[in-house]
Design a protein around this ligand. Structure first.
Ligand code: XMP
Length: 333
């Protein structure tokens, strides 16, 4: 609509005035906020923006591909894709404690990003060197960092909105979404041409699959989980509720698969199997502080479990999590 068009024109002018002919770095996570910030800044200053996408190896299936296709392929933005999965998995070896895993992933993420940012600050190859760091900080983040923070909120910050980084890097801060609420950010994203499936995605935690694999993270587990989770999400998107005409993906606030590193006995053909277990989790919530487990249709659960067990070699049992928050949390770690 034209009001959003006006908003974009104004925001673009503001960014151009602030940046001038200088260069900007942005850490792209694939999440809604950083994606919309990238699309908006790119609209304003084009090649003066370089996005850094750090892949920690704990992303969902095809996520890296999707981000690259969208930003490099469709928007023709400058983007550095850092595949740091081996490095992250190495650091996580032998670590089973959830909070320690979060710290390692968050800390490593900042290190990798800082190293890339330093290169971009130095310039070269037609670039004079960046002077700005852009972040997808939105209004609720601004409020949150002013008030009391929970332990988890601190971790979220250190991973996503990388607090204190501009000062450490000696870069000026550019935060074009600071005045917007989440729903406004989504509308802006769609108006900028980002696909609605991307902009209306469920939230995904910064540590990614790292907190959805219980205990020690291994590549084998992450690969199995990615396959199982992709099936769950695909079926949620395809399964339409006749009463509302909406998909079960849109009827849930967050849905995902959890990898349980235990084996159970099963039977396939005339052989015995001894394979891993996954749990499906789907919740409905308005604020993520409390949440109800979603009453997914049995037909949907049946289809998902049938597909996972038949298509993902290494998983022979699927369970559904019927715990609400509180006392359970949404994530298992
Ligand atoms: P819990 O599990 O605490 O999750 O009920 C509430 C919401 O927060 C997300 N979450 C995280 N997000 N880094 C993040 O960026 C984290 O370490 C983290 N832990 C939980 C979770 O996905 C849910 O949306």
């Amino acid at each position: 609509d034209w009001i959003m068009g006006d908003y974009i024109a104004e925001a673009v002018e503001k960014i151009r005035a602030q940046v001038g002919d200088e260069e900007v770095i942005l850490g792209l996570s694939g999440g809604v906020d950083s994606s919309v910030a990238a699309a908006l800044i790119h609209r304003a200053i084009g090649d003066q923006l370089t996005c850094v996408f750090v892949d920690h190896g704990l992303l969902r299936k095809d996520e890296g591909k999707m981000v690259m296709e969208m930003f490099a392929g469709k928007l023709h933005a400058n983007i550095v894709h850092v595949d740091a999965s081996t490095q992250f998995l190495g650091k996580l070896k032998g670590v089973a404690d959830p909070e320690q895993k979060r710290k390692i992933i968050g800390g490593e993420f900042v290190e990798v990003f800082k190293a890339e940012a330093a290169k971009l600050k130095a310039g070269g190859k037609g670039h004079k060197g960046a002077t700005f760091l852009a972040q997808g900080t939105i209004y609720p983040d601004v409020i949150e960092s002013g008030g009391a923070k929970s332990k988890k909120a601190v971790t979220i910050k250190s991973h996503h909105n990388v607090g204190g980084l501009p000062e450490q890097l000696g870069l000026k801060l550019l935060e074009p979404l600071r005045d917007l609420f989440k729903d406004e950010v989504r509308e802006l994203g769609v108006a900028l041409g980002l696909p609605p499936e991307m902009v209306y995605r469920h939230p995904f935690p910064g540590p990614g699959l790292g907190v959805r694999i219980l205990g020690e993270v291994k590549k084998e587990y992450a690969d199995l989980l990615r396959e199982a989770d992709a099936i769950f999400i695909e079926e949620l998107r395809n399964f339409i509720d006749p009463a509302t005409g909406k998909s079960w993906y849109d009827l849930t606030s967050q849905a995902f698969t959890v990898f349980l590193p235990v084996k159970s006995v099963g039977v396939m053909g005339d052989g015995r199997t001894y394979d891993y277990v996954v749990a499906l989790r789907a919740v409905q919530t308005s604020d993520f502080m409390t949440a109800d487990w979603a009453e997914l249709p049995y037909a949907l659960l049946k289809r998902v479990s049938g597909r996972i067990i038949n298509e993902v070699r290494g998983i022979n049992r699927v369970t559904y999590d019927v715990s609400s928050k509180p006392p359970a949390t949404i994530e298992w770690e």
